[in-house]
Design a protein. Structure first.
Lengths: 443, 346
């Protein structure tokens, strides 16, 4: 029987335009901008300076704390300068800008296409290797992967969940990756299981991708402990808490991490990166990015070097459509609108969505008619209409009591509201302020 | 370099809109409108039309000259208020009284709170109750339904509603059975007229005295099913409302069938169906969470039966809904939706 989560959820138009486009390797760009903070947590500390020559895979910024990640050079060439740039996740960050010369890789990296199944490293070395290779969650939150494997004292991991849901409309990078590199994804899963010390893994895929479910189920027969589950299509099933609920029917308590219920969730793309890091000694310098949109000539999935300007991807997909109004880093539900095509792709960029101008603007906002649809669709069981109101009135105490911090910013309320109220804008505003208040209280 | 539009996520929107919701309610009222014209003739059409036009006009004027905001009459909500007000009055109500009702509904019931979405009470019911108290004679004269193509079936022009007749006779000491069998005798224009309580089939189809939109349970049910399918309303309020009326009146009936009429009679007569599906479900004036909606429906059901049986008026739907409207903020506060990951106290 197909599984899903119970509370709330919506079903926006899927628009998986690029689902049949095989992953293409995008040529190395002329210049890359590699931000030092591409992950959740402290930014990495740059190790290079202007004029340094670097190789592909060379460490250029070192992890800046416990929750942080190394950054490696995705290209070979000369460091042009260190500067602040806005990246495809929408943040302004310090970045190492490198002028590309040739394509010279570090010798330690195994560039063969041979699939290595045997996992030699032990648990501790796996964690160290992921830390070393700068692996972070590729679903979008970019949480450093090695930290996820370190189970806190007193907690016990029971199951590893591999997120192959990709519930955002339009995006297909994980889908293509599972279809074309399924074997590697499963070996990566095995590595993560070993790193976590569990003998059970569940792969969740929504059933609008029957080809991926079929293939992964077939492949998984050779991997003990890994089983593949089809899920009813529902947004936001790719959200960590919703996926855990769907697969093992446990609810992560408010304000707690998945490990509280014995689960650790990793993205399918991350599992692939883990495979490359552990079996091939390859740092996270490339990823699969979907470039899509209704007016895009050739909706595609590209394997690109981190730091590649978005403009290069757009060019490779047939150029920027004339009716473009908005360019989004990520999917249409949670992605960030980009101001320009010059921003670089980062570790968390799963896709670039180009929206026609006619779909780029919000409708006029009307009065709340108290229809309650925002409550019905909220996967966290919140009351978005009420939170909007208390945030408007700056009653942050009430907002906290009404559990504004539980909001996962999936945007289902905003999407559904018949009065087009800008619910998520206010919820984000409230979360920011309430978060600040909570942090000062702790101090 | 061209500049792109920047806005927060989400970047897509469902095709829901306030207008669409409102127009779906209007479409759902069409069967009841047709039935009312069928049974009450052009008079019903007059009342509905006047009520709608007056509602639109008052909303337009207030929005333009008092609130000074953008025009809101196209959103459809004023049309709903207009039709619902018409549904809640007798079909021979003088035009001027209809206009007064529309004024009270829109100006006091809705716009004085700030317009759509901000009113506490159902505007149509505010208008209706105002008229009932201000014009008790005109508001309780019920034209006998006369199907469009039938001729000269009865001498009487007006008669009581089934609920009204029953209540009067019960006060005189008759039993329910006697009233059902013998009908009710009353004097009109110096002549003695016998009024027979309509059969269940008649009240199901709408062949009975009453406000022009409430008479046909079938027409209302068709509209209700449409609204449920279009997700304009949810099942909670109507189910809790009708269910509690059945249970509560059923208990009384089982205890003393001579003096309390059976639940089916309560269900098919008066404004219960109209109230339960079209007025208690008004999203603006009902609770937001499913649990709250059940409580709301339950309260309205109990109040309806209480007023019908023990109150001064034969019909209690309007009052019951208005009273429950007042409790909505409290219900919303007390009945929160189920939170995800709530730590359940053991």
């Amino acid at each position: 029987m197909l599984k899903t989560f119970k509370l709330g959820g919506i079903h926006p138009a899927e628009n998986k335009l690029s689902k049949d486009s095989p992953i293409e390797i995008l040529p190395v760009p002329k210049r890359v901008a590699v931000p030092v903070g591409q992950h959740l947590g402290a930014p990495a500390v740059p190790l290079v300076k202007k004029g340094d020559t670097v190789k592909v895979g060379q460490l250029i910024a070192k992890s800046g704390g416990f929750i942080s990640a190394n950054v490696h050079s995705p290209v070979s060439g000369k460091v042009f300068k260190l500067d602040n740039v806005i990246d495809a996740s929408g943040y302004r960050r310090q970045a190492v800008i490198i002028d590309v010369e040739g394509d010279e890789w570090e010798d330690s990296i195994d560039r063969s296409t041979e699939i290595k199944k045997e996992i030699i490293l032990d648990r501790k070395s796996i964690i160290n290797r992921l830390n070393e290779m700068g692996i972070v969650g590729l679903g979008g939150a970019t949480f450093p992967s090695h930290v996820k494997l370190m189970v806190p004292d007193g907690k016990k991991a029971e199951v590893l969940i591999i997120n192959g849901v990709e519930c955002e409309p339009y995006l297909t990078s994980d889908h293509r990756l599972m279809l074309e590199r399924g074997e590697e994804v499963l070996i990566g899963t095995k590595i993560l299981m070993k790193g976590l010390g569990v003998n059970k893994a569940m792969v969740g895929i929504e059933n609008n991708r029957p080809d991926a479910i079929k293939l992964m189920t077939e492949l998984a027969k050779d991997y003990e402990g890994i089983s593949v589950y089809g899920l009813i299509v529902k947004y936001p099933q790719g959200a960590e808490k919703q996926l855990i609920k769907a697969l093992i029917d446990r609810e992560v308590p408010s304000g707690k991490l998945p490990i509280e219920v014995g689960a650790v969730v990793n993205n399918a793309g991350t599992a692939f990166a883990v495979y490359e890091a552990v079996q091939k000694n390859k740092p996270l310098i490339e990823r699969v990015v979907t470039l899509t949109g209704k007016s895009v000539k050739k909706p595609s999935n590209f394997q690109v070097r981190i730091g590649t300007p978005v403009a290069d991807l757009v060019e490779a997909a047939g150029g920027l459509p004339e009716d473009t109004g908005k360019v989004i880093g990520g999917g249409p539900m949670m992605g960030k609108a980009l101001y320009s095509l010059d921003v670089p792709v980062v570790k968390g960029t799963s896709g670039i969505l180009i929206m026609p101008d006619e779909e780029s603007h919000r409708e006029e906002v009307g009065n709340c008619i108290r229809c309650g649809k925002c409550i019905t669709v909220c996967p966290m069981g919140l009351e978005p209409w009420l939170l909007e109101k208390v945030v408007m009135h700056e009653d942050f105490e009430r907002a906290e009591k009404e559990r504004i911090m539980d909001c996962i910013e999936c945007g289902s309320c905003h999407y559904t509201c018949p009065a087009n109220r800008e619910l998520l804008d206010y919820l984000r505003l409230g979360k920011g302020t309430v978060g600040k208040i909570m942090r000062t209280r702790k101090k | 370099m061209s500049l792109f539009t920047i806005s927060g996520s989400p970047h897509v929107h469902s095709d829901n809109s306030t207008k669409k919701l409102m127009y779906n309610v209007i479409y759902a009222m069409i069967p009841a409108i047709l039935i009312s014209v069928y049974f009450f003739g052009m008079d019903a059409a007059r009342v509905i039309l006047i009520s709608v036009i007056a509602s639109l006009l008052f909303e337009y004027l207030i929005q333009k000259y008092l609130i000074k905001g953008p025009a809101t009459i196209t959103d459809g909500s004023a049309i709903i208020t207009g039709v619902l007000l018409a549904f809640n009055v007798p079909s021979d109500l003088p035009t001027i009284i209809v206009v007064i009702g529309a004024f009270v509904a829109i100006a006091i019931g809705k716009m004085s709170f700030g317009g759509l979405g901000k009113n506490i009470f159902n505007p149509a019911l505010v208008g209706r109750v105002f008229l009932l108290i201000s014009f008790p004679v005109q508001m309780t004269r019920w034209p006998i339904p006369k199907p469009l193509f039938a001729q000269g079936l009865t001498d009487a022009i007006t008669g009581p509603t089934p609920l009204g007749a029953l209540k009067e006779e019960l006060k005189k000491g008759d039993t329910v059975q006697q009233i059902m069998d013998n009908g009710v005798t009353f004097i009109e224009n110096g002549k003695q007229v016998v009024y027979h309580i309509p059969s269940y089939m008649d009240s199901l189809l709408g062949d009975m005295g009453g406000s022009l939109g409430e008479i046909s349970a079938i027409a209302i049910l068709i509209g209700a099913i449409y609204m449920l399918l279009k997700k304009v309303i949810t099942w909670e309020i109507p189910t809790a409302y009708i269910g509690s009326v059945i249970i509560f009146s059923g208990i009384l009936w089982m205890v003393d069938p001579a003096h309390y009429v059976n639940p089916l009679f309560h269900l098919l007569t008066g404004g219960l169906m109209l109230g339960a599906f079209f007025m208690a479900t008004d999203m603006v004036t009902s609770p937001m969470s499913p649990k709250g909606q059940l409580i709301f429906g339950l309260g309205a059901g109990i109040l309806t039966v209480l007023i019908r049986i023990f109150g001064a008026y034969p019909e209690g739907v309007s009052f019951a809904i208005l009273i429950m409207n007042a409790f909505v903020p409290l219900i919303d506060l007390g009945f929160k939706p189920k939170r995800f990951g709530e730590i359940v106290k053991k």
